[in-house]
Design a protein around this ligand. Structure first.
Ligand code: NAD
Length: 505
């Protein structure tokens, strides 16, 4: 989706048909070899492989692209192709494809059995890689293996100048471990070869947020403490931690969601306009926001843990840890201390087993300084809502006169910039986050990936909060499954004369 229109397109006749034509315009990427370490794992099966197939069907992948699965399981290329076919059938149900397209895609796939900690399989992998094309190594494995994989790739001479490495979250569990991971990767890859994925940044709406902010004259002058009352960032999930309680119990909402996803969203909302839409210009501005975050007073943070409901066990049962003090919910008030945002609070919250699955950012503007319509008209505010899921889209709430006779009554109505509504069924062709990010790796565009210093700065801000909880032996507040979170989180805003937006789809 091009962010800027050419002059010819930027005409008064510009309509939905033109948007569809632009969305459908696919620019093929250069030839590449992509090695997926952890190619038999859950992430590869659910996201990476179906995502690649979608790009294949869209005509974005060159016909000679190579995708090589690499994992410990013993199997041959035919066995892996069968597994990929099954994964696409299970997780790519929405993909509109002909049988020949699937055969064509599978013909690009092979497999090697390798162990990150062993010597086997590496020469075979090397034999499958071509010179002179982009070489991408996707580390879809736990972070404990990043260093081993980088070391083996180096040892067997597989890292070329055109090589890139993609790493998954979690990128560390504190500042020290993130620094250690950065150092392990830096031994064999330059920073411009390292792609740290945060799939929130790959969402269409997140990029649209930048287009709305920096492509319009309308918003930027108002984007500051003088006009914005506060900002709410919500990532609510209905699922619990069942199935991955063991992992989650060592992590918690702060590490799993706030340090990365919520922090990245906050940066995009709060950052200064970069001089150009270029990876380092954007990431420099994001880094400045993280560095401007004030330490959070513990009175301004609420931790929660979900209780059992009539149908579902409690967090502690899911985590199989009856005395767990890990939070499945966190809400906090954060200040960005710079000229633009001084005095404007950012309220962040995220949690599991909440009322609805929804992710949104709401920029709540101040009320007009004086109402010419009198008290009965009530207080009305403009709210710009950026919805990441479900139904990605941007809505601006504006106040208008309630239609009809009966005097001057005001009502808030949404100006909807939802992609799905503008484009109808064609909106389905907009790539999902993983697809877009993988194609960006091949194109060599790091704008939507976290830089090493950004990740470290985010941990440097997060660490004292977590250490404070540990030091005080703080126990999270229980909350009902299917609720909006603990009551104390409501109080966090009530105390400031504000209220959270409803959690609903
Ligand atoms: P998984 O356990 O399903 O798969 C792990 C893969 O790693 C398997 O293919 C396995 O064969 C391979 N592997 C394990 N040890 C190996 C070794 N010594 N040498 C070579 N290969 C080895 O894990 P997953 O859910 O696919 O997650 C992979 C990574 O992605 C993890 O870091 C996870 O935190 C992250 N992640 C996963 C998801 C998800 O939805 N599954 C989402 C975000 C991030």
């Amino acid at each position: 989706m091009p962010l800027a229109l050419t002059n010819a397109e930027n005409s008064a006749d510009f309509d939905t048909k033109d948007i569809i034509a632009m969305v459908s315009r696919v620019i093929p990427v250069d030839p590449f070899d992509l090695v997926i370490f952890g190619g038999t794992g859950d992430l590869a099966r659910r996201k990476i492989l179906p995502g690649l197939f979608r790009r294949w069907c869209a005509g974005q992948m060159p016909s000679d692209a190579r995708i090589i699965g690499a994992a410990r399981s013993r199997m041959d290329a035919a066995g892996y192709r069968a597994a990929v076919k099954e994964a696409i059938a299970q997780f790519g149900k929405d993909i509109r494809a002909e049988a020949e397209q699937l055969d064509g895609f599978l013909s690009r796939i092979s497999y090697v059995t390798t162990d990150a900690r062993g010597e086997g399989g590496w020469p075979e992998l090397g034999a499958q890689l071509r010179d002179g094309v982009v070489r991408a190594f996707y580390f879809s494995v736990g972070p404990g293996l990043f260093g081993d994989l980088a070391e083996r790739l180096h040892q067997f001479g597989l890292i070329t100048d055109a090589s890139r490495v993609v790493v998954e979250k979690p990128f560390g569990r504190d500042l020290a471990s993130a620094k250690a991971l950065n150092a392990e990767l830096a031994k064999h890859f330059r920073e411009d070869q390292i792609y740290r994925i945060d799939h929130y940044l790959g969402k269409e709406t997140v990029q649209n947020l930048m287009a709305v902010r920096f492509g319009n004259m309308l918003f930027e002058p108002l984007w500051n403490a003088q006009y914005v009352d506060h900002i709410q960032i919500t990532v609510a999930e209905t699922v619990g931690v069942d199935g991955r309680g063991g992992y989650y119990d060592k992590s918690g909402a702060m590490r799993d969601m706030v340090q990365n996803h919520l922090m990245q969203l906050l940066c995009l909302i709060a950052m200064e306009p970069p001089s150009k839409f270029d990876p380092d210009a954007v990431r420099d501005e994001k880094l400045k926001v993280i560095r401007a975050l004030e330490p959070v007073d513990y009175h301004q943070i609420v931790r929660g843990q979900y209780d059992a409901s009539s149908e579902q066990p409690s967090y502690r049962e899911h985590a199989e840890n009856p005395r767990s003090t890990t939070e499945s919910y966190v809400a906090m008030k954060v200040h960005v201390s710079n000229w633009r945002w001084a005095g404007t609070p950012f309220y962040l919250r995220t949690g599991k087993r909440l009322r609805a699955r929804t992710s949104e950012i709401a920029v709540v503007f101040k009320e007009t300084p004086h109402s010419i319509f009198g008290d009965e008209a009530g207080g009305h505010r403009n709210i710009l809502t950026i919805r990441l899921q479900p139904n990605e889209g941007i809505t601006l709430g504006v106040t208008i006169k309630e239609p009809g006779p009966g005097g001057m009554r005001l009502v808030d109505v949404p100006l909807d910039m939802s992609f799905a509504e503008a484009l109808g069924p064609d909106a389905e062709d907009v790539p999902d986050a993983y697809e877009r990010l993988i194609m960006d790796v091949i194109r060599g565009n790091q704008t939507l990936f976290m830089r090493g210093d950004e990740v470290e700065a985010a941990w440097a801000w997060t660490d004292p909060i977590i250490q404070g909880w540990e030091k005080r032996g703080e126990v999270p507040k229980p909350y009902d499954s299917g609720s909006a979170g603990p009551d104390d989180a409501l109080m966090l805003l009530h105390r400031d004369g504000r209220r959270w937006r409803d959690i609903r789809t």
